[in-house]
Design a protein around this ligand. Structure first.
Ligand code: HAM
Length: 424
């Protein structure tokens, strides 16, 4: 016999026991976005490979080692999106959305062939926000404030905001030379990856997670000390805005991010409660990307949060929503009652929006149906038997609390349920 099919390594089913907390977070996110005036955009999961090479950068972990790329039947080079920003920019240019400012959000699966571990998957889900056409630090501030609000609304503790500025391209070029000179002086102590990147993409070396390099990188020149007046003013205004709004942050001069499109503001929300994969949310400004992909120069800033990590944090802090169990489980015993049950259930649903009513299917006697009613988590069993039908009533029995079964005339049932069960 051939082996049973299994999910692909690093790709996970999100099971019914887990979807309520996902739904809870997604509902919060949607409401938050409406509250701040952002519109949803949905992009395809597949894009041309070239899009990611041109935006994320050829010398990045993502493009060098992590993309799921393949040729389709026409021989076109396609890639399962490893992130959402590139596709979002492509879509905005293609549909001419950038002739005025846009505030957008998206969510969905992303794919990176990383080594799977807790908090790091090969298919994971991002919620992303992108704002186009707004050059000032006010919008950078707004993005950080709305993420901070999300943590508050979810009740999360222990997230730290790390902040840096990567300056403008010219400033990075000057800094790059100084950094290369410094790293060359320490070349023998660098690991192979860092030595290779020393010339192709030296800023990436600062991002190395190799603990053996911590001392060398700690002594490296700081990009923040190489900012020009305008970049400095942008950064200072963002910090002042955060101070004024009471959002605390830590300036982290080695925060460079793993994607090449950033300049000026970069930030990450980090926690020590998830083990090694502690970055829950990350982003920054990427004013050059729209032009780089063929659009008119357009300032842009955004972030994405990893939903698996956010879900893990919500669970770790015991902030999952209570389960939405049915209000009622309809038990119908006997041919006539089973025949009537769907019509009665539909009429209750018509009259009582919001009612959570699960109807027993599959027949069986009282005992087995009550067992299922109990297992469903319902608050009450609604009982239809031959006897009840003959008398034009339904039985109601509390399942989660003490209490006798009572009989309610069918015509009074909607009003009774509205008052006693829905509390309206
Ligand atoms: P990123 O830092 O590559 O940025 O990813 C953003 C977030 O996605 C991470 O902070 C993390 O929470 C989550 N994430 C990334 N990789 C994985 C993985 N393998 N498993 C689980 N979660 C993961 C971006 O993708 C940028 N597009 C963000 C952005 C939007 N910048 C501007 N706009």
């Amino acid at each position: 016999m051939s082996p049973r099919p299994r999910a692909i390594r690093g790709m996970h089913d999100i099971l019914p026991s887990e979807t309520p907390v996902w739904g809870h977070i997604e509902a919060r996110l949607r409401a938050l976005m409406e509250g701040y005036g952002y519109a949803e955009i949905r992009m395809p999961i597949l894009e041309q490979t070239d899009l990611f090479k041109r935006s994320i950068g050829e010398v990045t972990d993502i493009v060098e080692k992590e993309m799921y790329s393949f040729q389709d039947r026409n021989g076109d080079g396609l890639t399962l999106r490893p992130e959402g920003t590139a596709g979002c920019v492509r879509a905005c240019i293609e549909h001419g959305l950038l002739d005025r400012p846009q505030r957008l959000w998206y969510q969905g699966p992303m794919f990176r062939h990383e080594r799977p571990q807790k908090g790091r998957y090969r298919q994971f889900h991002q919620f992303g926000v992108e704002a186009f056409g707004l050059p000032g630090p006010d919008i950078d501030l707004e993005l950080i404030l709305l993420s901070a609000r999300l943590w508050r609304e979810l009740g999360l503790q222990g997230l730290e905001l790390q902040l840096n500025s990567l300056g403008r391209a010219e400033e990075r070029a000057v800094y790059r030379e100084r950094l290369v000179a410094y790293l060359q002086a320490h070349a023998t102590d660098l690991d192979a990856d860092s030595r290779r990147r020393l010339h192709s993409n030296p800023l990436r070396v600062l991002d190395s997670k190799n603990p053996a390099l911590a001392d060398i990188l700690g002594g490296a020149p700081r990009l923040l000390d190489h900012l020009g007046g305008e970049s400095r003013a942008h950064f200072d205004a963002l910090c002042a805005g955060l101070d004024a709004c009471g959002v605390s942050y830590r300036i982290e001069p080695r925060l460079v991010r793993g994607l090449d499109y950033y300049g000026l503001t970069v930030f990450e929300w980090v926690t020590d409660r998830l083990g090694a994969q502690g970055t829950v949310c990350a982003g920054g400004r990427y004013d050059g990307l729209v032009a780089q992909l063929g659009g008119r120069p357009t300032p842009a800033v955004g972030f994405a949060l990893g939903l698996e990590r956010l879900v893990a944090l919500v669970r770790e802090q015991g902030l999952e929503p209570p389960p939405a169990a049915p209000h009622l489980y309809l038990v119908a015993v006997g041919g006539a009652a089973q025949a009537q049950a769907p019509r009665i259930a539909e009429s209750l649903r018509d009259r009582l929006p919001g009612l959570r009513l699960q109807v027993h299917c599959g027949g069986g006697g009282f005992k087995s149906q009550f067992k299922k009613a109990d297992r469903s988590g319902a608050a009450h069993a609604l009982i239809l038997g031959e006897d009840e039908l003959e008398r034009g009533v339904a039985g109601l029995k509390p399942l989660r609390a003490e209490g006798e079964q009572i009989q309610v005339p069918l015509e009074d049932l909607p009003a009774w349920l509205r008052e006693r069960i829905l509390g309206r």
